[in-house]
Design a protein around this ligand. Structure first.
Ligand SMILES: *Cc1c(COP(=O)(O)O)cnc(C)c1O
Length: 237
């Protein structure tokens, strides 16, 4: 397929998704500018990624290695890490990712703080919560996060905790995802209410939730970052 054809398909997919986001915002009384689309490129061929970079500038990858390689080739794109991060890949992730969505344990959090300090940066992160209780999903259990919150806040001036991330259960019916999104938003509200004025560097404004199958419901429930992959690349092969 020529690059022109690729761009044509991507343009159509992107506008369809952006329109759905705008409609969901309108239904829920939100400003469409409050939702950022993270284009997930983990399964996308390099030609597709290049073509998409002419139309969009915030991409997500779930592996630090692939993210770092693609960041080196497309440095003007803002790359977000959305997949599980091993502690021995933290340095690589911090060098290449503008935002890490998937901080899923205290051990990982302290490693990120430690590596961040050694390179004089305050990493931007989201805490991943497992609100569905599925054993197959990573993330803090909500109770674990509630209990650890004072400890997390105590070290928080060395990191930028911008919000929470979750993944809903897979389902053919996107409405089944809605309660998970509501839970994440409530958990965020609860944690935000437990900060004092000293902790203004923790913003908790971001809710990263919603993927190709359920982003409309996520936006209606307050998502500020939607992570969309397969929907953008429909019709490419
Ligand atoms: C792959 C992935 C997505 C995107 O999934 P699609 O269904 O292709 O939109 C979103 N979030 C995470 C964490 C992923 O790994």
């Amino acid at each position: 397929m020529s690059e022109q054809n690729l761009i044509g398909i991507l343009q159509a997919n992107l506008s369809a998704v952006r329109n759905q986001i705008a409609d969901a915002c309108q239904r829920s009384g939100r400003d469409a500018a409050s939702v950022q689309l993270v284009a997930v490129t983990k399964y996308a061929q390099w030609e597709w990624v290049q073509a998409l970079s002419r139309l969009h500038s915030v991409f997500g990858e779930n592996r630090p290695q692939q993210l770092s390689e693609r960041h080196a080739l497309l440095p003007d794109v803002q790359w977000h890490l959305i997949g599980q991060l091993q502690r021995n890949k933290v340095k690589l992730a911090l060098q290449h990712a503008a935002l890490i969505h998937s901080v899923d344990s205290l051990r990982l959090l302290s490693r990120i703080i430690e590596v961040g300090q050694s390179v004089s940066m305050r990493p931007r992160i989201l805490l991943q919560a497992n609100v569905t209780g599925e054993a197959s999903k990573s993330g803090f259990r909500p109770d674990e996060l509630r209990d650890a919150w004072p400890e997390i806040l105590a070290g928080s001036e060395r990191i930028q905790i911008e919000g929470l991330m979750t993944m809903a259960a897979d389902s053919d019916d996107p409405e089944t995802a809605r309660p998970a999104f509501q839970s994440l938003r409530r958990l965020r509200d609860e944690l935000a209410s437990r900060m004092d004025s000293q902790q203004h560097h923790v913003s908790l404004t971001e809710l990263s939730m919603g993927m190709s199958g359920d982003f409309v419901q996520a936006v209606e429930e307050g998502a500020t970052l939607v992570r969309i992959g397969s929907r953008l690349f429909e019709g490419m092969e």
